[in-house]
Design a protein. Structure first.
Length: 791
């Protein structure tokens, strides 16, 4: 019998502290990415690879009378040209909405059943009608230009409210008034009674602008088909290989095992790359037909047409209050713009998610949401960072500021009167969810302190001396994140001494390799630098629900904790055998299995090696490997309070954010450096929507904002230095106590910036402006207010 002593136990404990949960460990992948050594999908090529280009409609709405591909087929290098008729013969499935949403009458939403290539009519500028494959990309593009389309134009409609009116152009015969979903939540009778009894009702008509996703990396796909195995392989940026494999297999009408998805580094997604697109069906069809790989790379100009977009709501919002300013009820009525097709989860953010997040951090007894999601002749809608949560918070916080001003109550005081108190938790919100943790006023008070809100009047006075207007806004938010779902937590002890974690979430910029390794290292005492992460191959990721809804650290963290417990249980069996002790006497801590009350122990890595190499009895595990997935992990409720200060030049309308503070409750924070980065990025995207971003169409459905010449994005100079604070209340719904953080920056920033601008403009009597608050829009508002006052 050999004794195992712990010569490195102290060093291991120190290492665990350095790389453990709560430490600002630098991201593992940064050294590769910042040196330009990352490998994105477009960096790959396959032997014998061909190139595809999509032929798209230049009409927003029209009947397809003919598609002539003969000239294109005879051009140099062309290997094939396909239309929707060709693909229809292959019996591929349609692209549909994956959410079981129902209309107010209980009937299911009306699907558009989008084909990969349309055959009857085009419904937006950019609608795919054919595709070409050639030996080179230039040849494919030239041939695509030679495809002749005969399209009879039809009237188009781009505004959701107009599209829902009788007599509007109809996109589908089976969807009356273009309303795919008439969503309702709430008790109408109780809501009406609450509003009837209210001492005050605040009303606002709000346009939540449509925005483009414009990730740094456009969509790319490389498809191949193996005739022997009858198997498709596609390399494509996604937010999770397992779920996307299931979706694509369903569309291709093959078993899931006949599809393999590979995802390399992903240059951003924000929800846009989490669905399947027609281009993927097209290139896989061609790969099978030609017996050669096919590569398709989108360009920025076409991505403005083909990628899913976000937000796009027209809402009438109302807040009912009693005489003391206590909230009685809130309700929304309006429209969400689906674009021309339903795909992925697109109706959800516009309706269900908006309602689910509307109650926020306040004791609002009643709420109702009535939103029609409407089809229009525009680019399809999808999930965009926050996916209903920034929308809901925007409506609620705009109402609160307006109500405070109308009732003559201080804006801060009104919020304090309505906060949910810690003693009231768990709290059943009117939205139908139950909050498990939080200190909402504590977060609020800390934000006021860090932002130096008390001295704002002095700063406003200084701005006025310089000819500038200055405004401030304070806004709370709460998100319902991490929709309940299971996740994979497979742990493999490799022969080379490394430990591989396989999970079904996927890193597209979040830095998963680092916090996941921190959690695993803390659970098992495995050296941080020995941990690798596998997320990118559907052949290796047998199960998973992907990255989205701020679920990754919550769902994967739980999977790691549960899988680690199984590893420890196996390790105790093996350690007991090797050290000739009873299994019940084996303890585990800091990566070592120890016989209780003795100094005899064995390191987990050494134990793993011995288990592989020694001949063990059948009743002793032969490895520490675990392949486990969790059941549904409950949602979490991250929350916070953001404070924005702006300066406005009244002569030009230029808005500058001069101070920004964000205090957040993300529960247990695994890596504060990464969390801060996520917050900064989300705030930057909120700044973009609040001040400059807007997708626009003319009356015929032609996009006006089709490139960066027309579509503004925030630059470094637009993003202020941010003061960030934490006020955590660990979640009670998962073993680590974590809460989602990836979308909070968007949820908190939109309304703070807009409310701050409205506050600065209040001296002109301006009470509302819709985003984006461009210099022209702000300047015109000032001029109109001056004229109105003079009149």
């Amino acid at each position: 019998m050999q004794d195992y002593t712990p010569p490195a136990s102290l060093e291991n404990a120190i290492a665990l502290q350095k790389f453990g949960v709560g430490q600002p460990v630098r991201r593992k992948e940064d050294d590769t990415l910042v040196r330009g050594k990352g490998k994105y999908t477009d960096d790959f090529s396959l032997t014998g690879q061909t190139y595809a280009w999509i032929v798209r409609s230049s009409h927003a709405h029209g009947i397809i009378r003919g598609i002539d591909t003969q000239a294109a087929k005879t051009m140099p290098g062309v290997l094939g040209v396909w239309t929707g008729t060709d693909l229809a013969a292959a019996n591929y499935g349609p692209f549909t909405c994956g959410l079981p949403l129902k209309n107010r009458d209980g009937s299911p939403l009306l699907q558009t059943n989008r084909p990969a290539l349309v055959t009857d009519k085009v419904r937006y500028v950019g609608d795919p009608v054919a595709f070409v494959v050639a030996e080179t990309l230039a040849q494919a593009r030239d041939a695509a230009e030679a495809v002749e389309l005969d399209i009879e134009p039809l009237p188009a409609v781009t505004n959701a409210e107009e599209a829902a009116k009788p007599g509007a152009p109809q996109l589908y015969d089976h969807i009356p008034n273009n309303v795919a979903l008439d969503y309702h939540y709430g008790d109408a009778a109780k809501i009406d009674a609450a509003f009837a009894s209210a001492a005050h009702v605040t009303k606002l008509d709000i346009v939540n602008t449509r925005v483009a996703v414009v990730s740094m990396e456009p969509r790319v796909a490389i498809g191949a088909y193996d005739k022997t195995s009858e198997r498709y392989t596609i390399q494509v940026p996604t937010q999770g290989v397992s779920g996307n494999r299931a979706t694509l297999a369903k569309i291709l009408n093959v078993p899931a095992e006949k599809v393999r998805i590979l995802t390399a580094n992903v240059g951003g997604s924000f929800g846009m790359k989490n669905i399947s697109y027609p281009e993927y069906t097209c290139i896989l069809h061609a790969a099978k037909a030609l017996g050669r790989p096919v590569k398709w790379t989108d360009e920025r100009s076409t991505s403005f047409l083909s990628d899913s977009q976000g937000r796009a709501q027209i809402i009438h919002a109302e807040l009912a209050l009693d005489s003391e300013g206590k909230f009685l009820a809130v309700r929304l009525n309006g429209y969400g713009n689906l674009g021309a097709y339903i795909s992925g989860v697109s109706p959800g953010p516009l309706s269900l998610n908006t309602g689910k997040n509307l109650a926020s951090v306040y004791r609002t007894p009643l709420l109702s949401v009535d939103i029609k999601t409407v089809l229009t002749n525009t680019t399809l809608m999808g999930a965009y960072r926050g996916a209903g949560r920034p929308e809901a918070n925007y409506f609620m916080e705009r109402l609160i500021d307006r109500a405070a001003d109308e009732m003559g109550i201080n804006r801060l005081t009104l919020r304090k009167r309505n906060f949910i108190k810690p003693a009231q938790l768990p709290f059943a919100a009117a939205s139908g969810v139950t909050y498990d943790s939080g200190d909402f006023q504590g977060v609020f008070d800390k934000a006021l302190e860090i932002s130096d809100h008390a001295n704002f009047a002095k700063r406003k006075k200084e701005s006025r001396k310089n000819g500038k207007l200055r405004g401030i806004a304070v806004g709370s938010y709460l998100e319902v994140t991490a929709p309940p779902s299971g996740e994979l937590g497979k742990i493999t002890f490799e022969p080379d001494g490394s430990v591989k974690l396989t999970t079904g979430t996927l890193d597209y910029g979040q830095g998963h390799a680092t916090p996941f390794a921190q959690v695993l290292s803390a659970q098992l005492g495995v050296p941080f630098d020995k941990i690798t992460l596998e997320q990118n191959d559907s052949d290796l990721v047998r199960f998973g629900n992907g990255t989205g809804g701020s679920r990754s650290i919550t769902a994967t963290g739980k999977a790691i904790v549960e899988s680690s417990a199984l590893v420890i249980a196996k390790g105790k069996q093996a350690a007991a055998h090797m050290m000739e002790a009873a299994e019940g006497d084996i303890e585990f801590a800091n990566g070592r299995f120890t016989i209780a009350g003795t100094d005899r122990s064995i390191d987990i890595m050494e134990l793993s090696r011995r288990m592989r190499e020694d001949k063990l009895p059948e009743d002793v595990p032969s490895s520490l490997d675990v392949d486990h997935n969790t059941t549904d992990t409950p949602s979490t409720f991250p929350n916070g309070c953001h404070v924005a200060e702006v300066e406005i030049d009244p002569e030009t309308g230029v808005v500058r954010i001069v101070r920004y503070t964000g205090v957040n409750d993300f529960g247990t924070i695994v890596n504060p450096m990464i969390v801060a980065g996520q917050l900064h990025g989300g705030v930057a995207q909120g700044i973009g929507q609040a001040l400059m971003e807007e997708v626009s169409y003319d009356s015929s459905g032609q996009p006006i904002t089709g490139s960066f010449m027309d579509y503004a994005m925030p630059r470094a100079e637009d993003v202020p230095v941010m003061a960030v604070g934490d006020h955590p209340s660990p979640a009670k719904s998962n073993p680590l106590g974590t809460k989602g953080c990836g979308e909070a920056g968007c949820a908190g920033s939109l309304v703070c910036i807009v409310n701050a601008v409205v506050d600065a403009l209040s001296e002109y009597g301006i009470t509302h402006l819709d985003m984006p608050l461009t210099p022209e829009r702000v300047w015109r508002a000032i001029q109109d207010a001056k004229k109105a006052k003079a009149a």
